[in-house]
Write a protein of this length. Sequence first.
Lengths: 208, 146
Amino acid sequence: MRVLIAEDDTVSRRILETLLRNWGHEVITTLDGEEAWQALHELNAPALAILDVMMPGVDGLEICRRVRELGGATPPYIILLTAKHGARAIVDGMEAGADDYLTKPYDRDELRVRVQVGVRIVELQTRLAGRVKELEGALEHVRQLQGILPICCYCKKIRGDQDYWQTVESYIADHSEAEFSHGICPNCYETTVKDQLASFRALVQPPV
Amino acid sequence: MAADLLRMDDYLAQSLTRPPRANDTVATTGAIDPAVIVSLDEAWEEGEPDLVVELIDLYLGDAPQWVESMRAAAAGVDARVLKRAAHTLKGSSGSLGVRQVAETCRMLELSCSESAARVEELLQQLNREFATARAALAAERLRRVA
């Protein structure tokens, strides 16, 4: 997964890069808050971000707030990584919009599993966004077949959205996933087809 | 690599084989936490340069600037800049196991608004500890690239 890190301290940043690459992630490195913010609101932004809280310029908490204001179907999963300890710092971080919080010095295994949780949440979020899109498409089809349809009393054609009269089958085919196979119902056979067949037979086989 | 070389003053090749582990007797005087060095060695991957050497170079390149920045901020009574520099050097030192420097930076971060005498006392302590740490890190680096 593409993971963004924002850390102004070179030593901590290099360690973080090494660990994340060892765990199979593609790392996008930023050196301060402004750079991180740019990377997080561009197209194809990384899905997971590990941000230092105290950075020059825009700090980690402000980035969290801005990212949450952006909204979107697949917002990035944000882990704050900071030397600030204590419940108040954690509450401030989570209220600003962070998904998780880890204090320095951190345990490598703890960071690894927390990143794994982030990856799971991002994947779940992506799958859900895909399903929501599919359902919205399906709902749109259903909506098109709802409501009052103007139909001709004689030929049974339907007037479509563009004021164009279509046969019932072409209208339904255009507005749904339905397809038609053609047959003859028993009633029409009796009232129409039977007589027509008799006429054809009479034409090809004159009475003896 | 070519682009990196253009920005360097010098270049020292290092082995791509397994770096000597910290418990192969770390060249430590108590200024560096051996457990942190062991933990960093564990993050080393086959075929990669020695991570500890790289981190020592980064640290020794940056830390003097942060120390100087703290001294200048103290002289100019700029508590905000002093706190920021102390915070960054604390993180950097902690990540590399330079524990005494990290601890003094922590105290400076907390005391930056206190009396100038207290800040000066901590800065002098930081200078002594940083000098010790620098020597220990240089020795560790030398041991690894030798």
